[in-house]
Design a protein around this ligand. Structure first.
Ligand code: PXP
Length: 251
């Protein structure tokens, strides 16, 4: 599994800005259109329990404006399960969710959620969605996700990014090695490995170079960059960096 690396653009923070004032501007559906035009390979959104960014009414509007696959991040709750069963995202991704957090802080503790989640996974898969778990790059979590039937695991890159940005080169290297090893192990388990969280132009290259990864999900940095250069340029440049890294690593 060393082919094309896809970019899933997370549009949550367009909705964050909209919600800061109420009303309808800026519209996350418009961001989905622009991301599609700029060469994104997927649209990611997180319908949080507190609806702090994406809201229920956004789902169908976003579905209407893009042909791209939608990756719906969700907490493992009965309410979110019902919404996902109705909305039928191409991918339903289980993420941990705490109301007080600013963003998804850590990976899902797949080990502790076994009974509860296995049933949700099966119901989503029977309904036509692939199921992803957002987890730390930790073999114990990966094996738990595999036992529960995950099709995909997205490895949390937040710690790697923080270490790079703190100038902790050695620790960042160790974290990169953990992500690399988990990506290879996922493939052995028959799981599609993806990665994301916190990635920027300056940190994406070593992650994109991991040959087994099939997709990176990136949001906050792209939306921030879009303020200065526009969403089209921000998405195109991220894809260019990803493809250059992948081309070099698989030469
Ligand atoms: N993957 C998951 C599971 C996330 O929750 C998020 C943030 O919503 C991302 C990727 C994207 O992270 P960022 O917005 O920092 O690029």
């Amino acid at each position: 599994m060393t082919g094309h690396l896809r970019l899933g653009v997370n549009i949550d923070h367009v909705a964050t800005i909209r919600n800061a004032r109420g009303g309808v501007h800026p519209d996350p559906a418009r961001a989905a259109v622009l991301a599609t035009e700029a060469g994104a390979d997927g649209v990611t959104l997180h319908l949080r329990e507190d609806r702090r960014h994406i809201r229920d009414g956004d789902l169908d509007r976003i579905r209407e404006v893009t042909h791209l696959p939608i990756n719906m991040e969700m907490a493992a709750t009965e309410e979110m399960l019902e919404i996902a069963l109705r909305f039928k995202p191409e991918t339903a991704m289980f993420v941990p969710e705490k109301r007080a957090e600013l963003t998804t802080e850590g990976g899902l503790d797949a080990v502790r959620q076994h009974n509860h989640l296995s049933d949700y996974v099966r119901r989503l898969q029977d309904n036509g969605s692939r199921v992803s778990f957002f987890i730390e790059p930790d073999p114990v979590q990966l094996i738990a996700a595999s036992r529960m039937g995950a099709d995909i695991t997205e490895f949390h890159t937040g710690r790697y990014v923080e270490l790079v940005q703190a100038g902790e080169g050695e620790l960042a290297g160790a974290e990169l090695a953990r992500i690399t090893e988990c990506a290879a192990q996922a493939v052995e388990l028959g799981i599609e490995p993806q990665a994301g969280h916190g990635l920027t132009f300056d940190t994406v290259t070593p992650i994109a170079a991991i040959p087994e990864l099939t997709e990176l999900n990136i949001g906050h940095f792209l939306m921030g960059e879009a303020i200065f250069v526009g969403l089209n340029k921000a998405v195109s440049e991220m894809k260019r960096l990803m493809q250059a890294a992948r081309a070099e690593s698989t030469e």
